[in-house]
Structures are given as structure tokens and as C-alpha cells.
Design a protein around this ligand. Structure first.
Ligand SMILES: [Zn+2]
Length: 267
């Protein structure tokens, strides 16, 4: 499958499960047709680490932002200028992941919301895509996205999509992309599969969210960018689209939303 190109649009290479053996992780990704990957920021105290990973490996890009479950632990959770300034790095390709997570952190709703809104403002002013994490918070998320969009358009990815149809179609109305992780391949994920089957292919991305959520048939193992291949193959069967055509579409979608990767590769 030498002509297949896949971009893992969301992974966490700085996490302990992957960082100690990055040479191998990146080599295995490339063997499995994953040509580029975006390592996503979760806490600004770790931003220098992910920047350094992207400087060390030409295939790795990064984002700047604060995960909703980290917002109460990150003293820079709403530091607009820090994030805006950091995003000027040539390999910083997005803002986030920011969002709402009421599954783990009901106590910090206000703080999560504030952090998300600040990150959306950075995404808007830099025109970089906002990577959105939403868990058990569909209604509040829809409300924030709609009202923020009214303040001025911005670009976004609904990452590791595991929400309901309403949030999916809200995202599509705002011209956002929807990214599917290994969850898509789980037999319990019928609702997510239905969404992935019906929305426009031109709006779909794939990701691993590694080291979590390894797709079938490697479910339960430490996930790695190389496993993006399994999720892409699953999607090709689900959509009944030839695998090469599907992977090219996903690859081009990834470069459309992460346009700084395209600029970098053309250098
Ligand atoms: Zn993530």
C-alpha cells in the first residue's frame, strides 16, 4: 500500500506511553502509511515539550491550547496572548484541544467555558483551526459554538467525535470538520457509525487520539499513530468507497483544515 497517505490529525506524543520510544512510534507510523501527525496540546506547562518533538521529527506538527480536564490545573488556561504568540511557530498548526467535559469535571464548568472561549478567540484571530473536545456536554457546546460563530467565523474540528447527531449537524452548518477516532470501529458505536456513514466525505477526518482508544482489531493495546490505518480501512468499508480514493480524500481534507502542514510540505 505504498501509495496510501494518511495524516493522524490528533495524537498525544508527549504522553508517557509514547514519548520514551518516539523513534519507533514514528517509524511504525510511516511503515503503516501515516505520513504526518499532529500532536495536540493539553496543558500549557507541557507546550515546550511538544514543540520540541515537532522540531525533532519533520513528520510531527503541534497545536497550542488547554484541554477542558486540565483547565483547572493550568494557570495559563485563559492566557490569550501566550497562545496567540506561541501559534506563530512554523509547525504550530492549530489551537486546542479546548472544550467541555462534563463526564470527568462537572465542578469546573465555568472555567472550562472561559478557557474554550479564549481559545476560540485565538483561533479566530490566527485563522488556525480550533480543536474541540466535547464529552457529555452537547447542549452547552452547541450554544457556545453558535454564539461564538456569530461573533465572527472561525474554523474548527469536532475531534474524537462521540456526541449525538445534533452536535454533528451543528458543526457541519458552521462548516467544521468532524474527526473520527478508533471509537468508530467499536461494535457498540452504532450511532457514531451512522453519522460517519451519512455526513459529507469532504468534512471527515481520522485520528487516533493515541495513546488512548486503539481501534479494532488492536483494541485494548496502547494506541499509536500507525493505527490510523485501521480506522481509515473501517471507514472505507462503512462508506463503501475504494480505500485509495477514501484515503486521498481524507488526506486532502486534513491539509485543507491544517493548511500550515501544506505550506510546510511545499517548502
Ligand atoms: Zn486528545
Amino acid at each position: 500500500m505504498s501509495n496510501i497517505r494518511i495524516i493522524d490529525t490528533h495524537c498525544h506524543l508527549d504522553f508517557n506511553e509514547l514519548k520514551p520510544r518516539l523513534d519507533e512510534v514514528i517509524k511504525d507510523a510511516k511503515i503503516n502509511n501515516v505520513t504526518d501527525m499532529v500532536t495536540i496540546s493539553t496543558n500549557l506547562s507541557r507546550i515546550d515539550t511538544i514543540k520540541e518533538i515537532s522540531e525533532q521529527y519533520k513528520e510531527v506538527f503541534f497545536t497550542v491550547g488547554v484541554h477542558p480536564n486540565e483547565a483547572h490545573k493550568d494557570k495559563q488556561y485563559d492566557d490569550y496572548y501566550f497562545m496567540e504568540n506561541y501559534s506563530n511557530h512554523e509547525k504550530c498548526v492549530g489551537i486546542g484541544e479546548g472544550g467541555l467535559d462534563y463526564f470527568y469535571n462537572m465542578d469546573y464548568k465555568k472555567l472550562q467555558k472561559r478557557s474554550l472561549e479564549v481559545q476560540i478567540n485565538v483561533a479566530r484571530s490566527t485563522n488556525l483551526p480550533m480543536i474541540i473536545h466535547s464529552r457529555d456536554a452537547d447542549n452547552d457546546m452547541i450554544e457556545i459554538l453558535k454564539s461564538e460563530y456569530k461573533n465572527g467565523p472561525f474554523r474548527a474540528i469536532l475531534h474524537c467525535f462521540s456526541s449525538g447527531e445534533d452536535l454533528a449537524y451543528c458543526g457541519l452548518d458552521l462548516d467544521f470538520f468532524i474527526s473520527f477516532s478508533g471509537i468508530l470501529t467499536f461494535s457498540s458505536a452504532k450511532n457514531i457509525q451512522k453519522i460517519a456513514k451519512n455526513i459529507p466525505l469532504s468534512k471527515i477526518l481520522v485520528e487516533t487520539d493515541s495513546p488512548y482508544l486503539a481501534p479494532s482489531p488492536v483494541r485494548g493495546t496502547v494506541n499509536e499513530p500507525k493505527n490510523c490505518l485501521h480506522t481509515s480501512q473501517f471507514l472505507s468499508k462503512l462508506r463503501n468507497v475504494n480505500f485509495f480514493d477514501l484515503s486521498e480524500t481524507l488526506y486532502n481534507n486534513s491539509l485543507t483544515i491544517y493548511n500550515k502542514i501544506k505550506l510546510w510540505n511545499n517548502k
